[in-house]
Design a protein around this ligand. Structure first.
Ligand code: HEC
Length: 183
């Protein structure tokens, strides 16, 4: 994605966030395709090791950087990943209408803090269908653990959702608050 010099308070934080999200997305694709190539029946353990580690790494990135790193989807599996504000709904619609759009950022205020929010699309790959394909083909652990699941019946190339990284303008304060929430 072309990175025009953005007119925002912390452009270097933004480019770091963009890189971290590329790495996070590559991690999921790698985990999903390693599952696909396996000949033996995947165990519960290996099945759980695709998208949950992505969520854990997102939380870690938030804590380390003072950002708010999320995954957001209209058809979500984990209800924590539902659209969280009007802008995120608009962002999902933008990705849906523009299949070539990989990412963009805008200025937002979240929890009273102004900042920059970076959005990056997530597409469905063939390796995702083992768990996000036909409803009746979902692994048992998904059926058991996600009774409200909406994240199935996808096809290759569909928009699965997006990453959203909010970088507060006062990112140093945000790190302090994360380390010491009472202060
Ligand atoms: C082995 C099963 C499995 C595979 C394969 C898999 N996922 Fe998931 N996916 C899950 C589970 C389980 C969750 C819910 C994780 C949680 O509770 O945070 C999830 C959640 C997600 C989410 C977060 C939004 C939501 O719905 O909660 C995204 C985005 C996502 N998956 C995309 C993908 C993509 C893209 C691929 C392929 C590259 C993929 N998944 C492959 C099981 C899988």
């Amino acid at each position: 994605m072309a990175l025009a010099a953005p007119n925002i308070p912390n452009p270097s934080e933004l480019s770091r966030a963009i890189q971290d999200i590329e790495n996070l997305d590559a991690m999921r694709s790698g985990l999903a395709s390693s599952l696909e190539g396996r000949t033996e029946e995947p165990t519960l353990q290996t099945m759980q090791e695709v998208c949950r580690p992505v969520g854990m790494r997102a939380r870690q990135l938030s804590q380390e950087n003072g950002w708010q790193v999320k995954q957001i989807a209209k058809k979500y599996r984990n209800p924590a990943h539902a659209p969280d504000n009007l802008q995120s709904r608009i962002a999902l619609a933008r990705f849906e209408q523009n299949p070539e759009l990989v990412g963009f950022w805008d200025r937002e205020t979240i929890d009273g803090q102004s900042g920059t929010r970076y959005y990056r699309r997530i597409n469905v790959e063939a390796s995702c269908l083992a768990c996000h394909g036909l409803k009746e083909n979902r692994p048992q652990f998904v059926k058991d653990n996600y009774p409200q699941d909406l994240a199935y019946n996808f096809h290759v190339g569909d928009l699965r959702g997006m990453y959203a990284v909010f970088i507060p303008d006062d990112v140093k304060q945000a790190i302090q608050d994360a380390v010491n929430p009472s202060s």
